[in-house]
Design a protein around this ligand. Structure first.
Ligand SMILES: [Mn+2]
Length: 286
């Protein structure tokens, strides 16, 4: 169903500090640890900090129950926390949809699920739908462009499309996250992997440097910030372009959140974007 207030694309100017958190997959403890370490809430309150999530908040992570009744309580807590932060600081807290959120929202529409229902990723577990959680998931944009200290950065969950397009032009016509998920060139922003990634060849499209270059150029940007694959890195590319992958929760297949390492991106101009890695007590991140 069309939602006139839905915006698949946002063009933002960021002042002060930026923290970008990649895939968390229900790891609420990791999220809280990063917030404390970066003093994010103090910064939000002071108006000089912007918090961006690259999506994939849900599925996996801590659970309760067993068998058919497994509930992703970590993911629920994480979504609720973002609902709270977004309500308090709407202009400073931004979450782009991950493939997991987009697929859930697509299925919610497909099955006419509403408040009180559960949404599931396969048979892994369930997310109980409250009005706040539904509104939050359905309202997630697919892409941001952040202008920061004279640099323009495209922010999407997964990466570049097969054929470059102007985000503002293409996404202004998209009426819902479910529609975005079904529109192939847009879906590639949610599911594609770089061809140099160890995990290349995932759903739909593997992009190379030339695809990324064309995509950034079309959007007059120099930097891509994405998550999706568990290979956090900052890579300088030809043409003065930068590729950044941030995947925050390590070992995201696990259901236990304790003792894990994590990664996030700190950008504090005049310093450039920097990946911060904390090794968990279980040893090196995998
Ligand atoms: Mn993903």
């Amino acid at each position: 169903m069309a939602n006139n207030s839905y915006h698949a694309f946002l063009d933002l100017t960021v002042h002060g500090h930026l923290t970008v958190i990649g895939d968390l997959h229900g790891k609420i403890n990791v999220f809280e640890a990063i917030l404390r370490e970066r003093q994010v809430e103090t910064g939000l309150q002071a108006g000089d900090h912007t918090l961006v999530s690259l999506g994939d908040l849900i599925d996996r992570g801590p659970t309760e129950g067993s068998g058919e009744d497994i509930v992703f309580t970590g993911a629920e807590a994480l979504v609720d926390r973002f609902v709270e932060l977004k309500a308090k600081y709407p202009d400073q807290v931004h979450v782009v949809a991950g493939n997991h959120e987009a697929r859930h929202v697509d299925e919610i529409g497909l099955w006419n699920l509403g408040v009180g229902d559960v949404s599931a990723w396969g048979s892994l577990g369930r997310l109980r739908l409250t009005a706040d959680r539904l509104a939050f998931l359905k309202g997630l944009p697919v892409a941001l462009v952040l202008s920061m200290a004279g640099v323009r950065a495209v922010v999407v969950h997964a990466g570049a499309p097969e054929r470059a397009f102007d985000l503002k032009e293409k996404l202004s016509g998209v009426e819902s996250l479910a529609d975005a998920h079904r529109l192939v060139p847009v879906r590639q922003l949610l599911w594609s992997n770089p061809s140099w990634s160890m995990k290349a060849g995932g759903f739909y499209f593997a992009y190379g440097e030339s695809h990324l270059g064309a995509f950034l150029e079309t959007n007059r940007a120099q930097v891509l910030i994405r998550g999706h694959t568990d290979e956090s890195e900052i890579m300088e590319l030809p043409g003065g372009r930068t590729y950044i992958c941030v995947h925050s929760a390590q070992g995201d297949e696990g259901r236990d959140a304790d003792g894990e390492g994590y990664v996030y991106l700190a950008w504090d101009p005049p310093a450039g974007p920097t990946l911060i890695t904390q090794k968990g007590s279980r040893g090196p991140a995998t």
